[in-house]
Write a protein that binds this ligand. Sequence first.
Ligand code: ZN
Length: 404
Amino acid sequence: MRKPYMRIPYTDVLAAPTIIPKSAKALSGAVAALQEFLVAPSSLSPSSSGTRPYTAVLTGAGISVASGLADYRGTKGTYRVNKTFRPIYYHEFLNNHEARKRYWARSFIGWSTLHKAKPNASHFAIKHLNDLGLVRGVITQNVDSFHSHAHPALQTIELHGYLRSCVCISCHEELPRDGFQNELARLNPAWDVFLQEILASGALDTENPDERRARGMKTNPDGDVDLPGAPYTTFRYPACPRCLTNPPLTANGTRATVEVDSDGAWAPTSSAGILKPAVVMFGESIQHSVKAAAEEMINDADRLLIVGTSLATYSAWRLAKLAKDQKKPIAIVNIGGVRGEDVLFVDLDPNQQGNQGIRVEISTDELLPTLVEQFRSSNVQTTREAPNYVVKTQGASVFKDMLS
Ligand SMILES: [Zn+2]
């Protein structure tokens, strides 16, 4: 069986969608179709009799654009404005001290942008759809933690992990990314000064390398910053504190070596104690427990609402395909084309008004809050208990290079 490695998604622009139903081209038509989609009786699940059908939501980078984060393929997406974008692969991170310095230098600069960003109207609309009993679970490809901030009571499966933590490759201890940022600042004082300067300049408010350069942030052709007197090859990062205190056993039963320099930075003489972001990097497998919980959520759902993703990553596409194979209605709200979407809508009755499937191309932060308003004004209520999909998270976990 093929292992579910994260692979580099398509980077080309996908074909424009066919809107379904045709009335969903306008906002009012799209809202009406989504209302039909969310409340239509399920033809599949006996559990939905007498209660609202259970809708699972699958989200991607598009839902976070209104929070100021770049998506991949939108008009200001990473792949369009930053041609030098090159994410790190897991094997590079694991095996190469130089690659880790580069990663953490870029991450150090990018963290403040992510850290000050907040969930937007779309995330809160999903919370309200849950309050109305219409949405019972979220699977997200995003690593920004916006879903869990906006709706902590609604189960969110973070398919590709989360940037809010670092995790030790050796002992799987998790540490908050905030504290790690402070350590990076302490170990790299010249970079800390630089970060404060470019934050003040506004250069980090854009992902466009030309605009950044115009605001004084010079990058080399690979998109890296090299400071005069402090190139990223000198960047330092801390060791796992737990492994430093108690070096782990290696596979052959010997004690690993974990060493640091006089300031506490991980030393290349070490054989363990490397911290990585708690995200699934390209080339890394998604944890089995996370994958299984996401599949279970799809299995239990009556229908799937897909928001702000082109399904370019295989892990997301296969969940949509799973729902399709189970003959569940699918709605897609995304600006721009979606991978394989013709397959997802191939057998719809041309006269259906949303109960069988929907394809809408309207921004989510406009559409979803309007949808919630419509439901509220029509007094939709329900009382169904939400199931709990347990994700036993330990260790590995995604990746959008927030720092490109
Ligand atoms: Zn450790």
